[in-house]
Design a protein around this ligand. Structure first.
Ligand SMILES: [Cu+2]
Length: 165
């Protein structure tokens, strides 16, 4: 009799535990960081140029802010976040160590502003080529997107010299 009772209990308990476990998983997946990428493209430059830039709109569709700290690409040795600042009346590119994207916010990487810098290209990029990028946040979660090589008009065309450090 006692055994039967225990079995009955565990029969009821088991689905309850399962449901509870599912609930937990659902809650944590809602809190998961997520980014979406739109309009990703890489600037086409003459084949002898070893560095170029990539642009993309990044939207944080999660419920928490995301802080991007690392970037890689499959067509260059190094990928860095860069921004343009005015220094001594000159437009200058600077390395940005972290890019923060608040929950629900879109950060647009564009010509003349924040961008991904591809340093030391490992192959010659042609129009229409695809470059795959991986970004990593400060919790080591990774996000991947692809960008197409396109002709991009420079928005820094009002007489400022483009100095690379
Ligand atoms: Cu740059």
């Amino acid at each position: 009799m006692k055994n039967k009772e225990t079995n009955l209990k565990s029969l009821f308990l088991y689905p309850l535990l399962k449901a509870f476990g599912c609930c937990l998983a659902l809650v944590s997946s809602l809190a998961w960081a997520n980014l979406t990428f739109e309009n990703a493209h890489v600037r086409l430059l003459p084949p002898n140029v070893k560095n170029t830039a990539a642009f993309v709109s990044i939207t944080n569709t999660g419920q928490e802010g995301i802080c991007l700290v690392k970037a890689w690409g499959d067509k260059s040795q190094t990928v860095e976040f860069h921004d343009h600042i005015m220094q001594n009346d000159m437009m200058k590119m600077v390395h940005v160590p972290r890019v923060h994207i608040a929950a629900g916010e879109t950060v647009t990487l564009q010509s003349g502003s924040l961008h991904l810098m591809l340093l030391n290209l490992t192959e010659k990029l042609k129009l229409g080529d695809s470059v795959t990028f991986t970004l990593e946040d400060d919790t080591e979660k990774r996000y991947t997107f692809s960008a197409t090589v396109e002709k991009v008009q420079s928005s820094v065309s009002h007489g400022h010299k483009h100095h690379h450090h």
